[in-house]
Design a protein around this ligand. Structure first.
Ligand code: PMP
Length: 291
């Protein structure tokens, strides 16, 4: 895999980048992260990602040692060093740093900041055209009194286990319920259904990651007169949905045409999903023009 990595300010290629085994990010998954993408080689919605990173970090009593401008400069330096022509996938990780084998944060006073840049894995056009199947998995999203789902935590084992079920079933994503049994989100993306022309997505208090793309879809919908609303969604809503889709930074909007054994709507990507995707891309291109 070709990647360029910045570890605490030092850039190397992915094959030689290294971090201490005593970093709490490695030992305990004790850290937070963001996945950012570029359009036109510029980090998209950067301020929103940094706001979420700082919020996630604060919830685990961690502070980012650099201000937003300094992190931005480090990201651009790493993207430039990657020398790739195409758009970039950027993973920004902030961990507790190196310290004793202990849970005591005071013994690891210096956080680690890692930036991984690699070519953006674009969603294949044929998947966008046909839509994807997802699995409704038995792994439930973290209870809000556990590692709160709104923390974009490096501790991703729960999500990885959910995705393993989807991979075993040969599907594209794992749709999870919360501890109350309501549908919440997928292992790496947010979830929407479309009914009667409106796009509906579970509310934040269902216990989910407040996706940057999820939130952007509210703005995109408003621009093209598509209602986008929060709604509690349950298994039965999959049967009455006209369309469904997932959202994430790297995947934008991907139509879902099957959930487990249930076919969604007519079994192919619907007009509301396609209109939202087209408008999202149009807006992203406008916002990413170089002056
Ligand atoms: N939910 C989860 C659990 C995720 O890991 C992601 C991907 N970061 C998302 C939702 C989508 O968030 P975003 O739109 O900010 O990429």
């Amino acid at each position: 895999m070709s990647a360029t990595v910045n570890v605490n300010g030092t850039i190397t290629d992915g094959g030689t980048a290294s971090i201490s085994v005593f970093d709490r990010g490695f030992l305990f998954g004790e850290g937070v992260y963001e996945t950012i993408r570029t359009y036109n080689r510029l980090p998209f919605l950067y301020d929103r990602h940094m706001t979420r990173l700082r919020r996630s970090a604060a919830r685990i009593n961690l502070a980012c040692p650099l201000d937003d401008a300094a992190v931005h400069a480090r990201i651009l330096e790493t993207v430039d060093a990657s020398a790739a022509e195409e758009d970039a996938y950027i993973r920004l990780l902030l961990t507790r740093g190196v310290g004793d084998l202990s849970y005591d944060p005071t013994t690891a006073p210096t956080p680690s900041l890692v930036i991984i840049v690699k070519p953006l894995p674009e969603v294949p056009a044929e998947l966008q055209a046909t839509g994807v199947a997802v699995s409704l998995v038995s792994v439930v999203r973290n209870h809000p009194d556990s590692v709160h789902p709104s923390i974009k935590s490096n501790n991703l084992l729960n999500n990885a286990l959910a995705m393993q079920q989807a991979l075993q079933e040969g599907t594209y994503e794992a749709l999870m319920r919360n501890y109350q049994g309501d549908l919440v989100e997928c292992s790496q993306s947010n979830f929407f259904i479309v009914r009667d022309g409106a796009a509906l997505t579970p509310p934040l208090d269902a216990g989910l990651l407040e996706g940057i793309t999820r939130n952007f879809v509210f703005e995109v919908g408003a621009a093209i007169d598509v209602r986008v609303e929060e709604a509690v969604l349950q298994d039965g809503d999959l049967t009455t949905a006209d369309e469904a889709f997932l959202t994430s930074t790297t995947r934008e909007i991907v139509p879902i045409v099957r959930v487990g054994a249930r076919t969604i709507g007519a079994g192919h990507p619907g007009p509301v999903t396609q209109a939202l995707l087209a408008e999202l891309r149009r807006t992203a291109a406008v916002l990413s023009r170089r002056s």
